[in-house]
Design a binder for this molecule. Structure first.
Ligand code: PHE
Length: 333
């Protein structure tokens, strides 16, 4: 039995084969177990002899089994190491990273400029009350922008905000002066998409309220913004305009960054490009926030992000921003 077991163990390669040998010899029905069981019928002398021999064989086989198990275990570990070995000199696989959308890049650029001037960022919902979108902004019930043909109504008193100016109201009712915020976000208007119109677009709103804020602060701030966006030689020009929520109101033009004011296709020969609406916050708007209009004044502005991005990057169709064609987006890496 011992000889046979030795030979079999010699051949065994795996844990399972080793275990097979153990079961065959030492298991419940194993060869040695059978012998020990059959000993009952023998004479006491014989019993003693056989028992001694059998136990010696068992002990030896158990030792052999132990040794073999160690060997097999080591060999298996060795094999696994060989299999799992990695070549640390092999070049890594190329991970392709996404790119930022040009609208995101432009919003971040505006945020960076205003944050460096001490503004913080405010946010408001895209689904807005008619009160915050119009009434509180001094837009009378008959104002054309309130029309169903211009603004998306969700319900009688709820709209998809047509401008980020509603965040002005949210800020005025929740903060005390001095207030200095910008509010980037999506806006919606009932426009049929074409090269320059989209029913969804982005604005960055700005609002400052403090003691002694004047038109000079407005002009200085927005002129600095224009120079940071389009280069230090950029000039700005303010033209009178009308918004219900500012008085006086203006639109700001920047000198064309392409032709420097001589006239080209981008500025349509005029040398100037209109980029935003702005003005001194109307006292009626400040009153909604319970702000003392004798003590405080403020200015506000709203920039169209798509328009800015189109000018900056020379994009001639606003719809390109929403198609997510990677051949377009990848150019803004
Ligand atoms: N809300 C105006 C628009 O959408 C822009 C604006 C904002 C004008 C703030 C003045 C002050 O056209």
């Amino acid at each position: 039995i011992l000889q046979e077991a030795k030979e079999q163990l010699e051949k065994a390669q795996t844990m399972a084969e080793t275990e097979e040998v153990r079961v065959r010899v030492l298991g419940k029905k194993g060869q040695l177990t059978q012998i020990l069981r059959g000993m009952g019928k023998l004479a006491p002398e014989e019993k003693k002899e056989l028992g001694k021999a059998a136990n010696a064989v068992r002990a030896e086989i158990e030792t052999l089994l132990e040794e073999k198990k160690e060997q097999v275990k080591a060999a298996e570990k060795e094999a696994r190491f060989r299999e799992e070995k990695i070549d640390v000199t092999e070049p890594g696989e190329d991970v392709s990273l996404g790119v930022k959308h040009p609208i995101t890049i432009t919003i971040e650029e505006l945020c960076r400029i205003f944050m460096s001037m001490g503004y913080s960022i405010a946010e408001g919902p895209q689904v807005e009350s008619v009160f915050n979108a119009f009434d509180a902004l001094n837009s009378p019930p008959n104002h054309p922008s309130r029309d169903m043909t211009d603004t998306f109504y969700i319900a009688k008193d709820t709209v998809l905000r047509p401008h980020t100016s509603s965040v002005q109201i949210r800020t005025l009712v929740s903060q005390e002066p001095p207030i200095k915020v910008i509010a980037p976000g999506r806006c919606f208007r009932c426009d049929t998409p074409d090269a320059t119109h989209s029913p969804m677009f982005h604005q960055v709103e700005g609002l400052i309220v403090d003691e002694g804020i004047t038109m000079a602060d407005l002009k200085g701030t927005l002129d600095s913004m224009a120079k940071q966006l389009f280069g230090s030689s950029t000039k700005t020009k303010f033209r009178p305009h009308h918004f219900p929520f500012t008085e006086p109101s203006a639109e700001m033009d920047v000198s064309c960054f392409k032709c420097g004011g001589k006239g080209c296709s981008i500025c349509k020969g005029s040398g100037w490009i209109e980029i935003l609406g702005c003005g001194i916050v109307h006292p009626k708007v400040l009153e909604v926030g319970g702000i003392d209009t004798e003590k405080y004044t403020g200015f506000a502005f709203g920039v169209g992000v798509e328009r800015l991005a189109m000018l900056k990057y020379g994009v001639d169709d606003i719809r390109l921003f929403y198609e997510n064609d990677m051949r377009f987006i990848n150019q803004f890496k």
